[in-house]
Design a protein around this ligand. Structure first.
Ligand SMILES: O=C(O)COP(=O)(O)O
Ligand SMILES: [Mg+2]
Length: 227
């Protein structure tokens, strides 16, 4: 069984508004300036602790690990309560997930968002029912771009590495896929400081409607490579 493994933020869901609102609530409560949305879009993808660190760097505030924990607790509290105010699946996501499932694919999420937040968000958007496995940034000892969480997602979904494909929006997803030895499809509407096509994914798509053809192309290439 092959698994399609999806990143969450910037891939399955448009979550920037709610991430910005929480980050800025935490920043201002701590006496720091708000950060513009366009800049926050370049800071997402390595989990909330790194988002806070990048936010402090952006505001030229020096910090140590010790400073991050109380901010992280505030972040979790505010974000858990406001996780799906504006966040929605990108257009075509639900139809694509249903179509792949009907075609016999297993589906998984592999995100650097904390597992608990991920499950809360997937439930709030009624997306959880589509997935055979959900892996967050703290599910395994390491997170993307390491291969471990991606391979763990494939295993937990009951699938095999061979034939599985990653779908993501950023460098961490592409590197995790390379580290795991599986192909990667990049969406070009997500959150990344570098345009995804410069990061050398196998395929770039601009809408979920393009995903079935991209997956079919990669599956065909894999079959002929094996023949
Ligand atoms: O940075 C995060 O919190 C998560 O980002 P991801 O879903 O794109 O892995
Ligand atoms: Mg992402």
């Amino acid at each position: 069984m092959s698994v399609l493994v999806f990143d969450l933020d910037g891939t399955l869901v448009s979550s920037m508004e709610d991430l910005v609102a929480t980050l800025n609530a935490v920043m201002t409560a701590a006496g720091h300036a708000e950060i513009p949305k366009e800049d926050v879009a370049n800071m997402v993808g390595m989990g909330a602790r790194v988002l806070l660190q990048r936010g402090l760097d952006f505001n030229k505030v020096s910090w140590t690990e010790h400073d991050i924990e109380p901010l992280y607790r505030d972040f979790l509290e505010h974000y858990s309560a406001n996780i799906a105010v504006h966040t929605r699946p990108f257009e075509g996501v639900v139809a694509a997930l249903e179509a792949f499932r009907n075609d016999g694919w297993k589906l998984a999420v592999c995100t650097n968002k904390a597992e608990k937040l991920t499950l809360t968000l997937l439930d709030a958007l009624d997306l959880a029912r589509h997935f055979d496995a959900v892996v967050g940034g703290d599910t395994f000892p390491s997170s993307k771009p390491q291969a471990e969480p991606l391979l763990g997602a494939i295993r937990r979904a009951g699938g095999e590495v061979e034939g599985s494909i990653m779908v993501g929006d950023s460098e961490t997803d592409i590197k995790a896929a390379r580290n795991a030895g599986i192909p990667v499809i990049a969406v070009d509407f997500g959150y990344t400081p570098v345009p995804v096509h410069e990061l050398d994914p196998d395929v770039v798509i601009s809408h979920f409607d393009e995903l079935p053809a991209a997956v079919a192309g990669l599956a065909k290439a894999q079959r002929s490579a094996m023949a």
